[in-house]
Ligand binder design. Structure first.
Ligand SMILES: Cc1ncc(COP(=O)(O)O)c(C=O)c1O
Length: 431
């Protein structure tokens, strides 16, 4: 028998002295080529430190602990366990539990998205949807047009398939149209856009820009992936139709009478409106695309946990989801205001921040010369944390900015955390 640490035919010699301690196993030399591009960044290492219990963390995208629907989930689990049906405990279809898909269809119709259950695939969170989409569409070197900055999890999912990025600068109204047009002409594989309360920027794409984006995408034949985890969490202003609806209007299938088709794949999730631990998200796409995603998902996990799908359905039916979203809006609106007021009080002159109309994040920028990855080390010493902006720039940049979450901490903790961060920033600016 070959000892486990012996040099293998395809790899370098093992270098370790004791098993499990700094050794190179025969596995490393056999990594697939695409794995070599996957590195652990300094920022991700630093972010681990933000999870210490005594740190006021504005880093995660977590719902407020007090608003997790523990009782409702507990009741739902009890009903499921006591029910004679065994559906929640058995394998299920890859597309997802039909009553849950139907619930999503009804739920989305209230936000103007008219599709049938055959257009919906339940995923293990939206993150899995991004991964499945990346696997379905991205060849090595394909360029994906994104906002700059954009969601870190999407950068990871697209990079894992060796995609490249065509980032488009944003302003307070989201994607800027002129650079967008120029980059769409460069022929990206698809556009990845977060029109509502963007992660990380907190910006909302205006209706005029949404319409222009749909025109441009259809003109150049470029499909769009619309990621919308936060759309229902609006604290001011009017709901703006999602891209998937505007595109369906463009293609004449917005009434729901004709089969849903068109240029947009839409993603959403229960992570921000119920609980991220359930890991329930969904994709809306034309039927042919759902079928392909189903094949890829089968290879990944057969299906999303039937138990969690049944729990989500049991909790969300009978209008609970809508009632809960109303409560979230009320609480998070207050927390957003608390953060905006604390920023005005404590951040030094020269810093700027966005004023999100909804969602969980705002985006603050320090004057040039400040490196927020460095600043995070000082902030952690003061027991306060954020995500440095560079993490959200696929092609580099953003070093002077930071993402701040306002949903997790209560207002008095937000005030104290921003006070500490203001001190750290003022010190850095003087230094
Ligand atoms: C823009 C965006 N997309 C996708 C996700 C992933 O969410 P989920 O928990 O549903 O996987 C997140 C989570 O923060 C997000 O902000």
């Amino acid at each position: 028998m070959v000892p486990i640490l012996a040099p293998g035919p395809a790899g370098p010699a093992a270098t370790g002295t004791a098993p499990g301690v700094n050794v190179t196993t025969p596995w490393e030399a056999r990594f697939a080529q695409r794995i070599h591009g996957m590195t652990s960044s300094i920022i991700r290492e630093l972010l681990k430190l933000t999870e210490a219990p005594d740190v006021i963390s504005f880093a995660g995208g977590l719902p407020a602990s007090s608003l997790l629907p523990r009782n409702e989930i507990g009741e739902a689990v009890r009903r499921i366990v006591e029910s004679p049906s065994e559906g929640a405990f058995q394998y299920g279809v890859t597309e997802g539990y039909l009553p849950l898909r139907e619930l999503f269809v009804r739920h989305m119709a209230r936000y103007g998205i008219r599709v049938g259950p055959e257009n919906v695939l339940v995923t293990s969170g939206s993150q899995q949807a991004l991964d499945l989409i990346a696997r379905l569409f991205i060849n090595p070197g394909d360029r994906i047009l994104t906002e700059e900055p954009t969601y870190l999890g999407a950068i990871q999912a697209f990079s894992a398939q060796q995609g490249d990025f065509l980032p488009v600068p944003t302003d307070d109204d989201g994607l800027r149209i002129e650079p967008l047009e120029e980059k769409v002409r460069a022929g990206p594989k698809f556009l990845y856009v977060l029109p509502n309360f963007q992660n990380p920027g907190g910006t909302t794409l205006s209706l005029a820009r949404r319409r222009r984006l749909i025109e441009l995408a259809n003109h150049y034949g470029t499909p769009i992936v619309e990621d919308d985890p936060y759309g229902q969490l609006r604290y001011e202003g009017e709901h703006i139709p999602p891209l998937v609806t505007l595109d369906a209007e463009f293609h004449g299938c917005a009434s729901g009478e004709r089969a849903f088709t068109g240029n947009v794949i839409y993603l959403s999730t229960l992570s921000k409106t119920l609980a991220p631990g359930l890991r329930i998200g969904w994709v809306v796409a034309p039927r042919s695309i759902v079928q392909k995603l189903v094949q890829i998902k089968q290879a990944a996990d057969l299906h999303t946990s039937t138990f969690c799908q049944h729990v989500a359905h049991e909790v969300a039916r009978d209008g609970f989801l809508d009632r809960h979203v109303k409560r979230l809006r009320a609480v998070y609106g207050v927390r957003r205001d608390a953060m905006l007021e604390a920023l005005a009080r404590h951040f030094p002159p020269g810093t700027r921040w966005t004023r999100p109309q909804g969602g969980l994040f705002l985006w603050a920028s320090a004057p040039k010369g400040i490196d927020t990855a460095e600043l995070l080390k000082d902030a952690l010493a003061e027991k306060v944390a954020f995500v440095p902006g560079a993490a959200f720039f696929p092609e580099g940049g953003g070093g002077e900015s930071m993402r701040l979450n306002f949903s997790y901490a209560p207002p008095e903790v937000i005030e104290e955390g921003i006070r500490r961060l203001g001190l750290v920033l003022s010190r850095a600016l003087k230094g």
